[in-house]
Design a protein. Structure first.
Lengths: 255, 355
């Protein structure tokens, strides 16, 4: 934590006054430079990618994308200070995973505390020490495990972000390190493990029928039997998806 | 509709009971040697069918004379007249049946009908209908009591929900804490604005608290409360939020349940303005036309935004509250266009006495 290392900060909040307050609180800290401000989640995704700031002040409740969705899309795990006015679920999760957060309205003293911790973490990150990893894991767990089932899937395609409501998803196929997500005859690729998304989806609406396939039950049209002891699901689009033996048993329980 | 006619199972059992009575009647006629078995059954079974429906009509006669609004001379003469008519119908149906079925088809009557029997049939029909009228009266009284109890319980639940909703609005934590954060920010560079915002926040909560205890308020009062709310939100969202309230003076005097307009504005900001990049204008129009109060709220929404469930829940709550207070006379409708959301409320005009 030497004064020669300047930290570059990004302030993300959809309220002008909230950003103004953070800028004001930062004025007393000569080692911190505000390099950008964003007023929505999409913009934050772009700016984090373009500026790679050392520190992000991130509001949770924002239009377009929530703070956690911003982290999911950018893969950013460290150097984040969450700000929120009120979000029971998020606060519980922050406590659980020991992630720093500021509750609005916050005092200058509380803000300085959080900033102090962020500086220490950043310094040890440069030296590749343990605490950073700990915080990274905390945020990782926060992003991966949200209380409620997933309502929309976010896909980043170069500069664009696609927001896909889960009810539109027909099926998901694991292809190497990627998921191929079928929506309206189009296929989107997303780097994620199938077991991870399986945990996030609502188990009453989505079923993993095969090692590498998850189907949306609302799009299931018929179960076919192409051979003895072999089953396949025909979806409304006409696409056929193989069903494993254990997948068939799970499916029979649900349908 | 008659409770028996509305239920196929009940109707079936009811008809079976009547047919059984018809068989019993036939047995009596046979015993009395007024007819042979075939003649008696051909006579009594169709008659039982006709009768089963005839007595049900008493339900509608009773309904036409709601108990509380009865003027007894009118009601008694109506009941008497209906019973007399029924007695005649009974007699006429029996005679016709006997004539067509017996004399024409079979060559001799189904049953012998001496003139003493005429009187019997007429009196029987008359008495039966009168009994049916009385029975239905009891049934309807019973239904009314049950209905009233159910409706009362329902409106109690809804009233409590509305109260809770109102309490929640009063301490909507998002709104409160974000507003405090804005005030905290303003104190640094615009103390006068911070003070104004504090006053708006206090006024909004004070008015909400006062209104929560009242069943109806004027639209004008609701608008005053909403203006404090909008003033706070304008500070938070800056140029993104504009509002145009066009309330006609006549509309401002109309009564409506408290917290009807403010939640609509809150929704319009949360699900509309806030999600649109450049923000936009919420337009509220209220006017009175032909005895109806029309309120329309229009706000822009983001194109790609999937209709979030939160919006629907809030609107359904308002719809239920209005239904409890106005029954079928209130209407609330909403429509999501490509880039805007429109809500329309129609209420019967109701003004404070003396206003």
């Amino acid at each position: 934590m030497s004064s020669s290392t300047r930290l570059r900060a990004l302030v993300v909040d959809d309220e002008d006054l909230a950003r103004h307050l953070i800028r004001e609180y930062l004025q007393g800290h000569a080692d911190i430079e505000v390099v950008g401000e964003c007023e929505n989640g999409l913009d934050a995704v772009k700016q984090i990618g373009a500026l790679d700031p050392d520190l992000v002040f991130l509001d949770i409740q924002m239009p377009r994308l929530t703070g956690l969705e911003v982290l999911e899309l950018t893969g950013r795990r460290s150097g984040v200070i969450f700000t929120t006015a009120y979000d029971e679920h998020a606060i519980k999760a922050f406590e659980l995973h020991a992630v720093d957060y500021l509750l609005k309205p916050f005092s200058k003293a509380r803000f300085d505390d959080a900033l102090g911790r962020a500086r220490t973490l950043h310094a040890s990150a440069s030296a590749a020490q343990a605490p950073v990893q700990a915080q990274g894991q905390g945020v990782d767990a926060l992003v991966a495990r949200r209380g409620a089932p997933l309502e929309r899937i976010l896909i980043r395609d170069r500069e664009q972000v696609h927001v896909i409501p889960v009810e539109q998803v027909e099926c998901i196929e694991a292809q190497g390190d990627y998921l191929a997500i079928e929506v309206d005859g189009k296929c989107h690729l997303k780097p994620q493990r199938i077991s991870e998304i399986e945990e996030q989806l609502d188990p009453t609406r989505f079923l993993r029928v095969h090692r590498s396939f998850i189907i949306n039950l609302a799009h299931l049209q018929a179960i076919e039997r192409p051979g003895p002891d072999r089953h396949a699901a025909r979806l409304r689009s006409g696409k056929r998806v193989p069903i494993s033996r254990s997948g068939y048993e799970k499916l029979r329980e649900l349908v | 509709m008659h409770p028996i006619l509305a239920d196929a199972r009940k109707l079936l059992f009811y008809e079976l009971a009547w047919l059984a009575a018809g068989v019993g009647f036939a047995a009596l006629l046979r015993l009395d040697e007024q007819a042979d078995w075939v003649g008696a059954l051909c006579f009594t079974l169709p008659l039982a069918l006709v009768w089963s429906f005839d007595v049900l009509s008493a339900y509608y006669v009773c309904r036409s004379q709601p108990y509380r609004q009865r003027r007894w001379p009118v009601t008694l003469s109506l009941f008497g007249g209906a019973s007399l008519l029924s007695g005649l119908v009974f007699l006429g149906a029996g005679e016709t049946l006997n004539y067509i079925g017996g004399d024409i088809v079979r060559g001799h009557a189904f049953v012998t009908m001496p003139s003493a029997a005429w009187v019997m049939y007429f009196l029987g029909g008359f008495a039966l209908y009168l009994l049916s009228l009385l029975g239905h009266d009891v049934l309807i009284a019973f239904e009314t009591v049950q209905d009233a109890a159910r409706r009362e319980a329902e409106s109690r639940v809804l009233a409590r929900d509305a109260e809770l909703q109102m309490l929640r609005t009063q301490i909507n934590p998002h709104f409160l804490f974000n507003s405090l954060n804005s005030i905290s920010a303003l104190t640094g560079f615009d103390p006068a604005a911070a003070r104004d915002m504090t006053v708006d926040l206090a006024q909004f909560f004070r008015r909400t608290l006062a209104l929560a205890e009242r069943e109806r308020i004027t639209l004008g009062e609701e608008v005053a409360l909403s203006e404090h709310f909008l003033a706070i939100e304008k500070r938070r969202f800056g140029r993104k939020l504009n509002a145009e309230l066009r309330i006609s003076p006549e509309a401002a005097q109309c009564l409506l349940p408290p917290m009807t307009l403010q939640p609509l504005l809150e929704n319009a900001i949360k699900h509309g303005i806030r999600q649109v990049d450049g923000g936009g204008t919420i337009a509220v129009d209220a006017l009175v036309r032909e005895g109806w109060l029309h309120i329309a709220v229009l706000n822009p929404v983001a194109r790609e935004d999937t209709p979030s469930s939160g919006h629907g829940v809030g609107l359904k709550n308002i719809r239920e509250r209005l239904a409890v207070l106005y029954g079928a006379r209130a209407r609330i409708a909403w429509r999501r266009g490509e880039s805007q959301f429109a809500i329309e409320i129609n209420l019967p005009v109701d003004k404070e006495t003396g206003a």
